[in-house]
Design a protein around this ligand. Structure first.
Ligand SMILES: [Fe+2]
Ligand SMILES: [Fe+2]
Length: 185
């Protein structure tokens, strides 16, 4: 049976695919060509609408409970909610940069590049750490009752990008992810 920790892990697997799609657009941009801004914007919108609203709050609740059950284990992980707030700021920054480019405002190549790079690195590092330390600690410490109770306190909306059906506004990003999944097989 899948529980809240499995759901978090599954979100991470999806978010890896999303970040890889953004990485490909960054490579296009670095090569001096125009990225597909529907894909870039899809990543930004998705992060604002799903990780920020549902994935990170899910983790924050698990983290809160971990702090109660095993403060030392939680302390080793650090300030998870603070990292989520920082990712939200980075996402807004990327959103503004993309809006400026699409609004024909002058955005220096280096600045957009740096914003994209930092966004990608911060997201990846955060998720890798959660997979390495946070999820195993939560799995070790929290009981099935803890996890079920957290699950009950949350909303569980469909994932607008990876769920079926995917929302139309994510069509370009979804298609890119599917194309690359096919290439990999
Ligand atoms: Fe997180
Ligand atoms: Fe996460």
């Amino acid at each position: 049976m899948t529980d809240i920790l499995d759901a978090i892990h599954e979100d991470h697997a999806n978010m890896v695919k999303m970040l890889n799609a953004l990485e490909r657009q960054l490579a296009v941009f670095d090569a001096g060509e125009t990225p597909d801004y529907d894909i870039v914007r899809g990543v930004v919108d998705y992060c604002l609408d799903y990780p920020d609203l549902y994935h990170h709050p899910k983790e924050d609740l698990v983290f809160e409970r971990l702090k109660v059950r095993d403060p030392a284990a939680a302390a080793e992980i650090g300030d998870l909610p603070g990292q989520h707030a920082e990712l939200a700021v980075r996402t807004r920054r990327l959103q503004e940069a993309v809006a400026a480019v699409l609004g024909d405002l002058e955005v220096p190549h280096g600045r957009l590049n740096q914003t994209l790079r930092e966004f990608l690195d911060a997201y990846r590092q955060h998720m890798n750490e959660e997979e390495r330390a946070f999820l195993p600690a939560a799995r070790r410490v929290l009981s099935a009752e803890d996890l079920a109770e957290i699950q009950d306190r949350l909303d569980h909306p469909a994932d607008p990008l990876f769920g079926a059906p995917s929302e139309e506004r994510f069509a370009a990003l979804r298609q890119d992810i599917l194309n690359w999944a096919e290439d990999a097989t």
